[in-house]
Design a protein around this ligand. Structure first.
Ligand SMILES: [Zn+2]
Ligand SMILES: [Zn+2]
Length: 209
């Protein structure tokens, strides 16, 4: 899978554009905000954009999902326990900036789901803790960790449905995956799982617990 990172400065968010090299079919992870670059990619892809994959409910990850779904017809995928964030500014934490086009997901996703994008497979790992429906998307050598795991950090657990022990269990789970992976988080710089295993204090705590 070819991965392009689109960075938006507002909240240091990362949106990831995935292209299957053999078919040109695409998926996008966490389109939180519309951007000129993302709109250009979406317009170029048109119906080849198959899925809008959402790591969790927060507005800075789901905020532009309706816009790009309407533009391309792509199917929106989110864990059932976080789907409320697509239709409610209360649950997405957008507050008054309630999405103008409330969405129901086309697919609710859960542990072990395999989402086919051309010849490539995106696998769903449930990693609750930041929110109850947080997931990590795993594709080839990449982990798209949303707000679960950041470079040398981890997601906050003081927001609704956040749960620190659950987050530690999710981090432990990621740490115990076999081999090394690129870590592509929802905010900030990329990392690798080996670097996080060695340096991330939350992963260290998770693996001690
Ligand atoms: Zn979040
Ligand atoms: Zn976030």
């Amino acid at each position: 899978m070819i991965v392009q990172t689109l960075h938006t400065s507002e909240m240091d968010n990362n949106t990831y554009w995935l292209t299957d090299p053999s078919t040109g079919l695409c998926a996008v992870i966490d389109p939180g905000f519309p951007s000129a670059e993302l709109t250009r990619l979406a317009d170029e892809a048109g119906k080849k954009l198959q899925y809008i994959l959402l790591t969790h409910r927060h507005f800075d990850h789901v905020g532009a999902a309706a816009f790009y779904k309407q533009r391309t017809g792509a199917k929106v995928c989110i864990h059932a326990k976080d789907a409320c964030g697509l239709s409610s500014g209360f649950f997405s934490l957008a507050g008054a900036n309630v999405p103008s086009h409330p969405l129901t997901p086309d697919y609710t996703i859960s542990e072990g789901d395999r989402i086919r994008v051309g010849e490539s497979i995106v696998t769903v790992l449930e990693t609750p803790g930041h929110t109850v429906g947080s997931v990590t998307f795993w594709c080839d050598g990449d982990l798209f960790t949303g707000d679960t795991l950041f470079r040398l950090g981890a997601g906050r657990t003081d927001l609704p449905t956040g749960h620190y022990e659950q987050l530690l269990a999710s981090l432990k789970r990621l740490a115990e995956l076999r081999g090394d992976y690129r870590v592509l988080p929802g905010h900030g710089k990329p990392s690798t799982l080996d670097v996080e295993r060695a340096m991330n204090p939350f992963l260290s705590e998770a693996c001690r617990s």
